[in-house]
Design a binder for this molecule. Sequence first.
Ligand SMILES: Cc1cc2nc3c(=O)[nH]c(=O)nc-3n(C[C@H](O)[C@H](O)[C@H](O)COP(=O)(O)OP(=O)(O)OC[C@H]3O[C@@H](n4cnc5c(N)ncnc54)[C@H](O)[C@@H]3O)c2cc1C
Length: 387
Amino acid sequence: MGRTVRDGLRLSAEQEQFVELAREFAAREIRPRGRAVDEADVESPLDVWEKAAALGLTSFMLPEKVGGGGVSLLTQVLVQEELCHGDIGIGNLVTSNGFFGAPVEQLGTPEQQERFLGPLGTDRPPLTAVAVTEPASGSDAASIRTSARREGDEYVLNGQKTWISNAPYAEMFVVFATVDPALRSRGVTAFVVPRSAPGLTVGPPLRKMGQRAIVNAEVFLDDVRVPVEDRLGAEGQGFSGLMRTFDASRVLIGAATTGLARAALDFATSYAAERVQFGVPISRHQAVAFRLADMATRIDTSHLLAVRAATLYDEGHAVTQEAAMAKLVGSENAMWCTHAAVQTLGGYGYSREYPVERWMRDAKLEEIEEGTSDIQRLIISRGLGAR
Ligand SMILES: Cc1cc2nc3c(=O)[nH]c(=O)nc-3n(C[C@H](O)[C@H](O)[C@H](O)COP(=O)(O)OP(=O)(O)OC[C@H]3O[C@@H](n4cnc5c(N)ncnc54)[C@H](O)[C@@H]3O)c2cc1C
């Protein structure tokens, strides 16, 4: 392939180094594991996690003062894209502590950041999780029912969370609960809860369509006592902290899906150059060539939206709209591109011998988690003044 939109970015020496590290790690350690991890179904590749941690790839997004890399969101975007070019499920696993780190950074005191994020900046970091979703509360996160009742210097948490990524392995959870459900978003409060807390239990792994490198489960909170000093921010500040977390994490989904879509394009392009039908490589049939052209164009669109949102974020602007667009377009383009890759391989595209059917299953998740495509459209339309 000729020059891509990525070649138009002027990267700093530090960004070049991170991108090269991620690209090399993705090719050597991530891509070869994709199929086996998918077949294993409900088992995270912890050996890959450990190797990534030793290279700083699990902590580069955390603040420097806790042992992280302290890099910009733009650098995170570039790294995420490369890791997920290897495999989006494993790439998302490698950077998953960033999702825990964000609300701690947004809402936590310097002392809490040191205490909760310090262990994540070490050579052998624990896995962590963020628990918002409940069986009856998904898109409408302000409707959570998990309760936090104050008793002296403690809160008592009761409720049930579902779909929690990393739950079977996580040693710490950020749990979002409510001090009063009638207050809706103004009642939502965040707590850090260790896995060892009496009353916290994790259900069996939930079996799912794709992205099996991250294992999901329900989390039950039964009279879990949390000291006041483990509350992040004031009572009622949890929801705004969560929304600010999404402003960054949705941009990273835009980047992750760009990496996945690039993998699909690379694979389909090579295949189309080799596969001969009607006496010529199928890439010489215009329908196939145009499909590849559409994939390439969509990928660059996704990349540019993620880069725009990250650049504005790094400059200190509010990016709720731009982040929603990056996530919406990135995930829908990844779905389109992986579907196009399956089509380009014909029957072989449908075979588990090739990765494109798996990548199509992997892509679907990103139209759902951290706010479905409908919710992103809701956010974008509200920003236009349309209600
Ligand atoms: C693999 C996976 C990993 C996840 N990881 C985590 C995690 O780590 N932590 C966590 O807390 N959660 C996690 N989630 C939960 C995820 O964020 C939710 O599934 C998601 O927000 C959607 O909520 P829901 O599934 O309850 O769907 P619902 O909210 O019930 O939505 C169902 C449908 O209705 C549509 N809809 C709902 N409201 C509106 C509206 N106002 N306008 C238009 N359409 C609407 C939706 O777009 C969707 O199509 C994960 C989910 C999955 C599948």
